[in-house]
Design a protein. Structure first.
Length: 69
């Protein structure tokens, strides 16, 4: 199928009937659709856990530096 019959038709959004059937969605509404999507479940928790471990390791190293053997 090479779509020769429809290739030169005007873009449908210029048509009043199309706009009545399919009103434009606001940016806020679009954001609400995609905001709950999490591609990697638990990813943020793992990052927070790794950051906490890193901070604890740095605290332990600094405490050892302060102790004079």
């Amino acid at each position: 199928m090479d779509y020769k019959d429809i290739i030169d038709l005007p873009y449908p959004r210029d048509d009043w009937n199309f706009l009545m059937k399919h009103p434009r969605m606001s940016i806020e509404s679009r954001a609400k659709i995609f905001s709950p999507f999490a591609a990697l479940r638990g990813h943020n928790a793992k990052i927070a856990e790794a950051a906490e471990r890193h901070l604890e390791d740095n605290r332990d190293e600094k405490m050892l530096e302060k102790i004079d053997f």
